[in-house]
Design a protein around this ligand. Structure first.
Ligand code: FDA
Length: 300
């Protein structure tokens, strides 16, 4: 049933998608994001701000996204927020013009470095993996230290990728990976994805990387907590998405773990919202209520 609903999601009216996904998004404006991060900081949590948008089709759009990131960096520094930024390279033109993307990313990373702010490069679908890793490596080889990468445990290649990058001692956000990928390159079964996640985490810890463990999966969280027990809270962090398992996030922050929340904002909310709704276990009920409510007399 859930898989049927997931496939039907693109047919759900956009206003319904927007309403259902509101908890996952800080709002349309930078002010919304800064207020959300300030609130998280007050609860002892850190933020990572994402300007919504991906797959731009014109150079001017990529340049506008880069400008938005410069404004975010300005706001983080100006408000003295405990936050960094997360960047999707397709929003900076990865699929349009690799050189443009390289130069826009370099300016964002340089601006962030000047303000002492870290930049996390999100990982998108597998058609982006090679170029994303190349651009990351170039920045690190140019001695940019304030930049990190994401690896997806769903992808069979990720363990090899971390071994190849280990000499750079990268800061790695480890997540399962949200994109649907074929079996030839990606684990499909839940347990395989989990086992791969732990293999990569163990490797990250063994080679002295800074791991940012991004999951809401309680099974993986428990195993992560066993592994980091005894480590200083400066040596790793846990990450969750805005609007997901917030009570658990608070417990982890209160217990002294560095807990960072991913805070997306902007008006290009649709693709991100669809992905979050696909992962919500209550999706079928929510969509049924939201759509049937419009048809049933007295429904809201
Ligand atoms: P899983 O999906 O099994 O969720 C575990 C439990 O969490 C669920 O049973 C439910 O209780 C709750 N839950 C999860 N999602 C929910 C939702 N949307 N609504 C309500 N409850 C929900 N992916 C990627 O490919 N590239 C990237 O760069 C990133 N970046 C990233 C940053 C951060 C901070 C996080 C937390 C995640 C990502 N991801 C990502 C997404 C990631 O790959 C993955 O798709 C999601 O985190 C869901 O996987 P979990 O490990 O949380 O397990």
């Amino acid at each position: 049933m859930d898989q049927v609903i997931v496939r039907l999601l693109p047919a759900v009216p956009r206003p319904v998608v927007q309403r259902l996904s509101a908890p996952y998004i800080a709002g349309a404006t930078l002010d919304d994001a800064r207020h959300t991060v300030a609130g998280l900081n007050a609860e002892g949590k850190l933020g990572t701000v994402d300007v919504l948008g991906e797959e731009v089709t014109k150079a001017a759009e990529a340049e506008a996204v880069a400008s938005a990131y410069h404004a975010v960096l300005d706001a983080i520094a100006g408000d003295q927020l405990d936050a960094n930024v997360s960047v999707k390279l397709t929003a900076l033109g990865l699929k349009l013009d690799l050189d443009l993307c390289r130069s826009l990313l370099a300016t964002v990373v340089a601006d962030a470095a000047a303000r002492g702010i870290f930049v996390r490069i999100d990982m998108e679908d597998s058609t982006c993996t090679d170029d994303t890793l190349v651009l990351y490596r170039e920045l690190r080889e140019a001695r940019r230290e304030n930049v990190g990468i994401v690896l997806q445990s769903r992808l069979r290649r990720s363990l090899d990728d971390i071994v190849a990058l280990a000499g750079l001692r990268p800061s790695v956000r480890l997540c399962k990976g949200i994109y649907v990928e074929p079996a030839a390159i990606a684990y499909q079964a839940r347990d395989e994805v989990r086992e791969s996640f732990l293999r990569i985490l163990d490797t990250l810890l063994a080679v002295g990387c800074y791991p940012a463990v991004a999951t809401h999966d309680e099974w993986l969280l428990e195993r992560t907590l066993e592994r980091v027990a005894g480590m200083s809270s400066e040596e790793y962090e846990l990450q969750m998405l805005l609007g997901v398992r917030e009570r658990r996030a608070s417990e982890l922050a209160d217990a002294g773990h560095r807990l960072r929340v991913y805070v997306p904002y902007g008006d290009r909310w649709y693709e991100y919202s669809l992905r979050r709704l696909q992962e919500n276990p209550a999706l079928a009920t929510m969509v049924a209520k939201a759509t049937l409510g419009r048809l049933v007399p007295g429904g809201r």
